[in-house]
Design a binder for this molecule. Structure first.
Ligand code: ATP
Ligand code: MG
Length: 270
Protein backbone atom coordinates (compact mmCIF):
# COMPACT_ATOMS: atom_id res chain seq x y z
CA UNK A 1 0.00 0.00 0.00
CA UNK A 2 1.25 3.50 -0.79
CA UNK A 3 2.66 5.67 1.99
CA UNK A 4 0.36 8.49 0.82
CA UNK A 5 -2.73 6.68 2.08
CA UNK A 6 -4.45 8.17 5.12
CA UNK A 7 -7.46 5.93 5.78
CA UNK A 8 -8.83 8.31 8.42
CA UNK A 9 -9.39 11.11 5.91
CA UNK A 10 -12.54 9.57 4.43
CA UNK A 11 -14.01 8.92 7.86
CA UNK A 12 -13.21 12.49 8.90
CA UNK A 13 -14.95 13.83 5.78
CA UNK A 14 -18.07 11.86 6.62
CA UNK A 15 -18.00 13.00 10.26
CA UNK A 16 -18.02 16.77 9.71
CA UNK A 17 -21.37 18.43 10.46
CA UNK A 18 -23.09 19.20 7.14
CA UNK A 19 -23.33 22.85 6.19
CA UNK A 20 -25.01 22.06 2.86
CA UNK A 21 -27.68 19.43 2.63
CA UNK A 22 -29.66 18.55 -0.47
CA UNK A 23 -32.57 16.13 -0.41
CA UNK A 24 -34.44 14.62 -3.36
CA UNK A 25 -33.58 17.48 -5.70
CA UNK A 26 -34.82 17.33 -9.27
CA UNK A 27 -35.13 19.89 -12.02
CA UNK A 28 -36.95 20.14 -15.32
CA UNK A 29 -36.37 23.09 -17.67
CA UNK A 30 -39.21 24.03 -19.98
CA UNK A 31 -38.00 24.51 -23.55
CA UNK A 32 -39.44 24.88 -27.06
CA UNK A 33 -38.57 21.26 -27.85
CA UNK A 34 -40.27 20.03 -24.68
CA UNK A 35 -39.22 19.61 -21.05
CA UNK A 36 -35.49 19.07 -20.38
CA UNK A 37 -35.03 16.75 -17.43
CA UNK A 38 -31.79 18.19 -16.08
CA UNK A 39 -31.40 16.76 -12.56
CA UNK A 40 -32.99 13.80 -10.79
CA UNK A 41 -33.00 12.50 -7.26
CA UNK A 42 -29.95 14.40 -6.02
CA UNK A 43 -29.23 14.00 -2.33
CA UNK A 44 -25.93 15.06 -0.84
CA UNK A 45 -24.31 16.53 2.23
CA UNK A 46 -21.23 18.70 2.40
CA UNK A 47 -19.45 18.77 5.75
CA UNK A 48 -18.39 22.09 7.25
CA UNK A 49 -14.92 23.05 6.03
CA UNK A 50 -14.76 20.28 3.43
CA UNK A 51 -13.61 20.51 -0.17
CA UNK A 52 -16.10 18.68 -2.37
CA UNK A 53 -15.65 18.39 -6.14
CA UNK A 54 -18.43 17.58 -8.62
CA UNK A 55 -17.58 15.95 -11.95
CA UNK A 56 -19.79 14.57 -14.71
CA UNK A 57 -20.35 14.64 -18.47
CA UNK A 58 -21.07 17.92 -20.21
CA UNK A 59 -24.72 18.90 -19.88
CA UNK A 60 -25.40 16.65 -16.86
CA UNK A 61 -26.57 19.60 -14.75
CA UNK A 62 -23.51 20.60 -12.69
CA UNK A 63 -23.93 24.33 -13.29
CA UNK A 64 -27.67 24.04 -12.74
CA UNK A 65 -27.03 22.36 -9.38
CA UNK A 66 -24.55 25.08 -8.38
CA UNK A 67 -26.99 27.83 -9.36
CA UNK A 68 -29.58 26.19 -7.11
CA UNK A 69 -27.09 25.87 -4.23
CA UNK A 70 -26.41 29.60 -4.69
CA UNK A 71 -30.14 30.43 -4.58
CA UNK A 72 -29.86 31.86 -8.10
CA UNK A 73 -32.32 29.35 -9.58
CA UNK A 74 -35.20 27.41 -8.03
CA UNK A 75 -35.31 23.63 -8.31
CA UNK A 76 -38.49 21.89 -9.51
CA UNK A 77 -38.47 19.51 -6.55
CA UNK A 78 -36.56 18.67 -3.40
CA UNK A 79 -34.95 20.80 -0.71
CA UNK A 80 -31.66 22.61 -0.19
CA UNK A 81 -30.53 23.65 3.26
CA UNK A 82 -27.46 25.78 3.81
CA UNK A 83 -26.41 26.48 7.37
CA UNK A 84 -29.75 25.03 8.46
CA UNK A 85 -31.99 27.28 6.34
CA UNK A 86 -33.55 26.89 2.86
CA UNK A 87 -31.60 28.42 0.01
CA UNK A 88 -34.48 30.12 -1.78
CA UNK A 89 -32.68 33.36 -2.71
CA UNK A 90 -29.06 34.46 -3.08
CA UNK A 91 -27.55 35.08 0.34
CA UNK A 92 -23.95 36.36 0.24
CA UNK A 93 -23.53 35.79 3.98
CA UNK A 94 -23.92 32.08 3.35
CA UNK A 95 -22.80 31.47 -0.23
CA UNK A 96 -20.25 33.11 -2.54
CA UNK A 97 -19.86 32.12 -6.20
CA UNK A 98 -16.90 32.07 -8.62
CA UNK A 99 -17.59 31.33 -12.29
CA UNK A 100 -15.49 30.12 -15.23
CA UNK A 101 -15.13 33.65 -16.59
CA UNK A 102 -13.75 36.16 -14.12
CA UNK A 103 -16.48 38.64 -15.21
CA UNK A 104 -14.69 41.69 -13.85
CA UNK A 105 -15.90 45.18 -14.62
CA UNK A 106 -13.32 46.59 -17.07
CA UNK A 107 -13.74 50.15 -15.82
CA UNK A 108 -12.97 49.23 -12.19
CA UNK A 109 -9.53 48.49 -10.71
CA UNK A 110 -8.78 45.16 -9.05
CA UNK A 111 -9.59 46.47 -5.59
CA UNK A 112 -12.74 48.23 -6.81
CA UNK A 113 -13.91 44.98 -8.43
CA UNK A 114 -13.36 43.06 -5.20
CA UNK A 115 -15.10 45.77 -3.15
CA UNK A 116 -18.06 46.00 -5.54
CA UNK A 117 -20.39 43.53 -3.74
CA UNK A 118 -19.77 45.45 -0.51
CA UNK A 119 -20.62 48.74 -2.23
CA UNK A 120 -23.92 47.17 -3.35
CA UNK A 121 -24.66 46.42 0.28
CA UNK A 122 -23.80 49.99 1.30
CA UNK A 123 -20.84 48.96 3.45
CA UNK A 124 -18.99 52.19 4.40
CA UNK A 125 -16.15 53.06 2.04
CA UNK A 126 -13.27 52.72 4.50
CA UNK A 127 -14.47 49.28 5.60
CA UNK A 128 -14.95 47.99 2.08
CA UNK A 129 -11.51 49.22 1.04
CA UNK A 130 -9.95 47.46 4.04
CA UNK A 131 -11.82 44.20 3.43
CA UNK A 132 -11.09 44.19 -0.30
CA UNK A 133 -7.40 44.92 0.36
CA UNK A 134 -7.24 42.02 2.82
CA UNK A 135 -8.79 39.67 0.24
CA UNK A 136 -6.35 40.80 -2.47
CA UNK A 137 -3.53 40.13 -0.04
CA UNK A 138 -4.96 36.66 0.64
CA UNK A 139 -4.94 35.79 -3.07
CA UNK A 140 -1.42 37.19 -3.51
CA UNK A 141 -2.37 40.32 -5.44
CA UNK A 142 -1.71 43.11 -2.96
CA UNK A 143 0.62 44.82 -5.44
CA UNK A 144 -1.93 44.76 -8.28
CA UNK A 145 -4.77 46.50 -6.44
CA UNK A 146 -4.72 49.57 -8.70
CA UNK A 147 -4.57 47.68 -11.99
CA UNK A 148 -7.47 47.40 -14.43
CA UNK A 149 -8.57 43.96 -15.70
CA UNK A 150 -6.86 44.45 -19.11
CA UNK A 151 -3.58 44.88 -17.20
CA UNK A 152 -3.97 41.48 -15.47
CA UNK A 153 -3.14 37.97 -16.75
CA UNK A 154 -5.88 35.30 -16.91
CA UNK A 155 -4.69 33.75 -13.65
CA UNK A 156 -4.60 37.14 -11.93
CA UNK A 157 -8.14 37.89 -13.09
CA UNK A 158 -9.33 34.61 -11.61
CA UNK A 159 -7.59 35.49 -8.34
CA UNK A 160 -9.49 38.79 -8.29
CA UNK A 161 -12.67 36.84 -8.94
CA UNK A 162 -11.90 34.50 -6.01
CA UNK A 163 -11.17 37.51 -3.78
CA UNK A 164 -14.53 38.99 -4.81
CA UNK A 165 -16.25 35.67 -4.03
CA UNK A 166 -14.73 35.68 -0.55
CA UNK A 167 -15.06 39.37 0.33
CA UNK A 168 -18.48 39.00 1.93
CA UNK A 169 -17.09 36.22 4.09
CA UNK A 170 -19.55 33.53 2.95
CA UNK A 171 -19.57 30.20 4.75
CA UNK A 172 -19.59 28.29 1.47
CA UNK A 173 -17.73 29.10 -1.75
CA UNK A 174 -19.20 27.60 -4.94
CA UNK A 175 -16.83 27.43 -7.91
CA UNK A 176 -18.01 26.49 -11.42
CA UNK A 177 -14.99 25.47 -13.53
CA UNK A 178 -13.05 28.48 -12.26
CA UNK A 179 -9.78 27.48 -13.92
CA UNK A 180 -11.12 26.05 -17.19
CA UNK A 181 -9.98 29.03 -19.26
CA UNK A 182 -6.40 28.91 -17.95
CA UNK A 183 -3.36 27.15 -19.44
CA UNK A 184 -2.24 23.96 -17.71
CA UNK A 185 0.65 25.44 -15.74
CA UNK A 186 -1.38 28.39 -14.46
CA UNK A 187 -4.20 26.01 -13.67
CA UNK A 188 -1.97 23.77 -11.56
CA UNK A 189 -0.58 26.79 -9.71
CA UNK A 190 -4.08 28.13 -9.11
CA UNK A 191 -5.18 24.78 -7.70
CA UNK A 192 -2.31 24.88 -5.23
CA UNK A 193 -3.13 28.48 -4.40
CA UNK A 194 -6.79 27.66 -3.85
CA UNK A 195 -5.89 24.88 -1.41
CA UNK A 196 -3.74 27.35 0.53
CA UNK A 197 -6.61 29.88 0.66
CA UNK A 198 -9.05 27.14 1.64
CA UNK A 199 -6.85 25.93 4.49
CA UNK A 200 -6.21 29.51 5.70
CA UNK A 201 -9.88 30.54 5.66
CA UNK A 202 -11.54 27.27 6.71
CA UNK A 203 -14.28 27.80 4.09
CA UNK A 204 -16.39 25.01 2.71
CA UNK A 205 -15.81 24.68 -1.05
CA UNK A 206 -18.00 23.01 -3.69
CA UNK A 207 -16.02 22.97 -6.93
CA UNK A 208 -17.07 21.83 -10.43
CA UNK A 209 -14.46 20.68 -12.94
CA UNK A 210 -14.02 18.52 -16.03
CA UNK A 211 -10.45 17.70 -15.07
CA UNK A 212 -10.31 14.43 -13.15
CA UNK A 213 -6.71 15.15 -12.12
CA UNK A 214 -7.77 18.50 -10.67
CA UNK A 215 -10.73 16.80 -8.97
CA UNK A 216 -8.63 14.19 -7.16
CA UNK A 217 -5.85 16.67 -6.35
CA UNK A 218 -8.22 19.14 -4.68
CA UNK A 219 -10.99 17.08 -3.12
CA UNK A 220 -11.82 15.49 0.17
CA UNK A 221 -14.63 13.85 -1.74
CA UNK A 222 -15.52 13.66 -5.44
CA UNK A 223 -19.21 13.41 -6.38
CA UNK A 224 -19.61 11.75 -9.77
CA UNK A 225 -22.72 12.61 -11.78
CA UNK A 226 -24.33 10.61 -14.59
CA UNK A 227 -25.33 11.95 -17.98
CA UNK A 228 -28.62 13.89 -18.05
CA UNK A 229 -30.75 13.73 -16.04
CA UNK A 230 -27.84 14.17 -13.68
CA UNK A 231 -27.83 11.87 -10.68
CA UNK A 232 -25.03 11.19 -8.25
CA UNK A 233 -23.72 7.78 -9.20
CA UNK A 234 -20.62 7.63 -7.00
CA UNK A 235 -19.05 9.36 -4.02
CA UNK A 236 -15.32 8.91 -3.97
CA UNK A 237 -13.46 9.80 -0.77
CA UNK A 238 -9.89 10.89 -1.51
CA UNK A 239 -7.69 9.43 1.21
CA UNK A 240 -4.58 11.42 0.33
CA UNK A 241 -3.04 13.45 3.15
CA UNK A 242 -2.81 17.24 3.15
CA UNK A 243 -1.05 19.32 2.14
CA UNK A 244 -1.38 17.77 -1.29
CA UNK A 245 1.71 17.66 -3.48
CA UNK A 246 2.24 17.27 -7.22
CA UNK A 247 4.20 14.09 -6.49
CA UNK A 248 0.97 12.47 -5.26
CA UNK A 249 -0.41 12.65 -8.80
CA UNK A 250 2.05 9.93 -9.76
CA UNK A 251 1.01 7.63 -6.89
CA UNK A 252 -0.95 4.43 -7.53
CA UNK A 253 -3.73 5.62 -5.21
CA UNK A 254 -4.20 8.80 -7.26
CA UNK A 255 -4.24 6.85 -10.52
CA UNK A 256 -6.74 4.31 -9.20
CA UNK A 257 -9.14 7.03 -8.02
CA UNK A 258 -8.97 8.86 -11.34
CA UNK A 259 -9.53 5.62 -13.23
CA UNK A 260 -12.55 4.71 -11.09
CA UNK A 261 -14.13 8.13 -11.71
CA UNK A 262 -13.41 8.00 -15.46
CA UNK A 263 -14.96 4.55 -15.83
CA UNK A 264 -18.15 5.72 -14.09
CA UNK A 265 -18.46 8.78 -16.29
CA UNK A 266 -17.81 6.75 -19.42
CA UNK A 267 -20.36 4.10 -18.51
CA UNK A 268 -23.02 6.69 -17.67
CA UNK A 269 -22.53 8.55 -20.97
CA UNK A 270 -23.04 5.45 -23.12
N1 ATP B 1 -32.24 27.88 -18.96
C1 ATP B 1 -32.30 26.68 -19.53
N2 ATP B 1 -33.36 26.30 -20.27
C2 ATP B 1 -33.45 25.09 -20.82
N3 ATP B 1 -32.51 24.12 -20.68
C3 ATP B 1 -31.43 24.45 -19.94
C4 ATP B 1 -31.25 25.73 -19.34
N4 ATP B 1 -30.07 25.73 -18.67
C5 ATP B 1 -29.53 24.52 -18.86
N5 ATP B 1 -30.34 23.75 -19.61
C6 ATP B 1 -30.10 22.36 -20.00
O1 ATP B 1 -29.96 21.62 -18.81
C7 ATP B 1 -28.93 20.66 -18.94
C8 ATP B 1 -27.88 20.88 -17.87
O2 ATP B 1 -27.18 22.10 -18.13
P1 ATP B 1 -25.97 22.58 -17.22
O3 ATP B 1 -25.47 23.84 -17.79
O4 ATP B 1 -26.41 22.58 -15.81
O5 ATP B 1 -24.93 21.38 -17.44
P2 ATP B 1 -23.39 21.25 -17.05
O6 ATP B 1 -23.22 19.93 -16.40
O7 ATP B 1 -22.99 22.45 -16.25
O8 ATP B 1 -22.66 21.26 -18.46
P3 ATP B 1 -21.16 21.70 -18.83
O9 ATP B 1 -20.27 20.63 -18.26
O10 ATP B 1 -21.15 21.69 -20.33
O11 ATP B 1 -20.92 23.05 -18.23
C9 ATP B 1 -28.40 20.80 -20.36
O12 ATP B 1 -29.05 19.83 -21.17
C10 ATP B 1 -28.81 22.20 -20.76
O13 ATP B 1 -29.02 22.29 -22.14
MG1 MG C 1 -21.55 23.96 -16.58
Amino acid sequence: MSQTLAPDAAAAAADAAPIVSVTGLGHVYPSREGPVHALADISLEVGQGKFVVIVGPSGCGKSSLLMMLAGLRHQSEGAILCDGRPMSDPDPDRVGVVFQEANLFPWLTAIENVAFPLALRKVPRAERQARAAAMLELVGLADARGRYPHELSGGMKQRVSIARGLVQNPKVLLMDEPFAALDEQTRMAMGEELLRIWSETGKTVVFVTHSLTEAVYLADEVLVMSARPGRIIDRVAVPLPRPRTYAMMASPVFGALRERIWQQIRASAR
